[in-house]
Ligand binder design. Sequence first.
Ligand SMILES: Cc1cc2nc3c(=O)[nH]c(=O)nc-3n(C[C@H](O)[C@H](O)[C@H](O)COP(=O)(O)OP(=O)(O)OC[C@H]3O[C@@H](n4cnc5c(N)ncnc54)[C@H](O)[C@@H]3O)c2cc1C
Length: 318
Amino acid sequence: MTSAAHSPSIVDRLSAPHRGPVPFSVEFFPPRDDEGEMRLWRAVRVFERLGPAFVSMTYGAGGSTRDRTVRITGELAEQTTLLPVAHLTAVNHSIDELRALVGSYADRGITNILALRGDPPGDPLGEWHAHPEGVEYAQELVRLIDELGDFHVGVASFPEGHHRARDLDHDTETLVGKLRAGAEYSITQMFFDVEHYLRLRDRLAAADPEQAAKPLIPGIMPITSLASVRRMVELSNSVIPPSVDARLAAAAGPGDEEDRAAVRAVGIDLATEMAERLIAEGAPCLHFCSLNFAKATSEVLQRLGVDVSAAVPVATPS
Ligand SMILES: Cc1cc2nc3c(=O)[nH]c(=O)nc-3n(C[C@H](O)[C@H](O)[C@H](O)COP(=O)(O)OP(=O)(O)OC[C@H]3O[C@@H](n4cnc5c(N)ncnc54)[C@H](O)[C@@H]3O)c2cc1C
């Protein structure tokens, strides 16, 4: 089915030469409007000069956002030097639709796909219903994509366990199942305590050493707002450790309006400290949730020793 030139795999990219102490990658989300799209492209052009191993584009639940996602991911492949990974979720899609989406990515030269189940639209913590002609679990989506051609598939992993998993062992089994089904690597949910990542790596090694050799890429978010990070963790199964929350809260100050500059400074310190520990522990790559801004991630990279002088300055504050 792949008609386009084949792009390198993420695993190959991670072993290629890179700037700084470890490869890094960047996650974008689909902008909702033209202004958001312009902001995204400003960030894209900055990151392009910093040489990430790959960039990924999340996949939203709504129809118009989905069209925009497919278009912009195609533009990243066609109009930049970046290697895009398209996130693809099973939510509200029949198998035929999923096949068509994979085909439209392939037509644009995108052969790296992150296979996800997705969450129920509206309420991510609500009851999950598979599409009647769709798939139930991400593992089936991994197989489906693999059957369609020469794709390189990645999956999600959860250092603190997925919120629907019975327990951490069940969560590990799910990840092993996705890797055995053909996934070449996983990217973790963002976390704020490196111990969770290390414990997941140990569980994986104990469960299946062969699959554990595949890259387990940690997701890091440089925090720039305490209120938004608290909201984000509420919707996932991750927790802000009390010591981290206390540092951020002290920076935010006592009033209703948080001191954004002070929170941002602490957020960059925290992300840098986590990144340093992850590098020391041998993480294969650092995956930054950029929120479509380049500045905070660039600052962390600079502190890690990446030469960011080639990056054009960004006008936006985050
Ligand atoms: C790096 C990353 C990127 C993401 N990108 C997006 C995105 O772009 N768009 C989006 O909407 N969401 C995204 N998500 C969120 C993700 O879709 C949700 O967390 C979703 O709830 C789980 O997806 P999954 O692919 O891990 O599902 P699955 O691996 O299918 O797991 C879902 C649940 O089912 C359980 N399970 C799996 N297989 C079985 C089985 N055989 N029997 C019984 N139980 C089983 C698992 O333990 C888990 O609790 C992302 C998450 C991460 C970590």
